[in-house]
Design a protein around this ligand. Structure first.
Ligand SMILES: [Zn+2]
Length: 225
């Protein structure tokens, strides 16, 4: 990753990055239907779209597509809308008194752009400084994945990850940087295959330049085995 380029982008955006609500825009009745009922409805909806496009839904290759897409929407790529799927962010006492920064980097992100319903693919880098609690490393990946599995904008996803970890760990000292490709930009529209989008959220101590610098330096480290 070209970290200096990334830092420039972060500086440019600063605190002025496009801010949307920290919450996904859901209606009050979002969970009145069961997941099974949602799958049944979306099945009909996708059928209708394909029919309108002129596809022959009796063809063996695509007759299962509406049901497949419906299940994928509800259980997989938008499964993170369901609060019951939220990972329990159990924390532990920091017995060894490790007081430095902990960085979990290169967490794979598969999300979906809420404007085009096309994939957002990239990496998240998450860090925190313990104030007494620590969290399991795989929990950090699970939290990232839970919020990614929604129709998203990258700025909101970045903020949600930080807020969730701040609440779980009882400290403001949490940061997240996401570098991701948006297929709505890369594969259609202006078809810029090289561009990626960087978003960042720096809480508490990470607002200090030196702490932020340390975090970004760790992201830059090559991990080899
Ligand atoms: Zn888009």
């Amino acid at each position: 990753m070209k970290i200096d380029h990334m830092e420039n982008k972060i500086d440019e955006m600063g605190d002025a990055h496009v801010s949307t609500s920290a919450n996904n825009p859901l209606r009050d009745d979002a969970f009145d239907l069961s997941n099974e009922e949602k799958i049944a409805r979306i099945n009909e909806d996708v059928k209708s779209i394909l029919q309108t496009l002129g596809m022959d839904l009796t063809d063996d290759s695509i007759k299962g597509t509406p049901q497949r897409v419906a299940k994928m929407f509800v259980n997989e790529i938008f499964g993170g809308l369901d609060p019951k799927r939220k990972p329990k962010a159990s924390t532990f006492e920091n017995k060894y008194k490790y007081g430095e920064m902990l960085v979990e980097k290169n967490i794979t992100i598969y999300s979906t752009c809420e404007h085009h319903l096309l994939p957002i693919v990239g990496r998240a880098h998450v860090a925190y400084i313990s104030k007494g609690s620590v969290i399991g490393l795989s929990k950090m990946n699970r939290i990232v994945d839970y919020f990614a599995k929604r129709p998203q904008v990258q700025e909101r996803l970045t903020m949600q990850i930080v807020q969730e970890l701040q609440n779980a760990l009882g400290t403001q000292d949490v940061a997240c940087v996401i570098d991701a490709k948006h297929l709505c930009v890369n594969s259609r529209g202006i078809r810029d295959i090289e561009s990626s989008t960087v978003t960042s959220e720096f809480g508490g101590a990470f607002k200090e330049t030196s702490v932020r610098r340390e975090f970004l330096d760790y992201i830059k480290l090559e991990t080899s085995f």
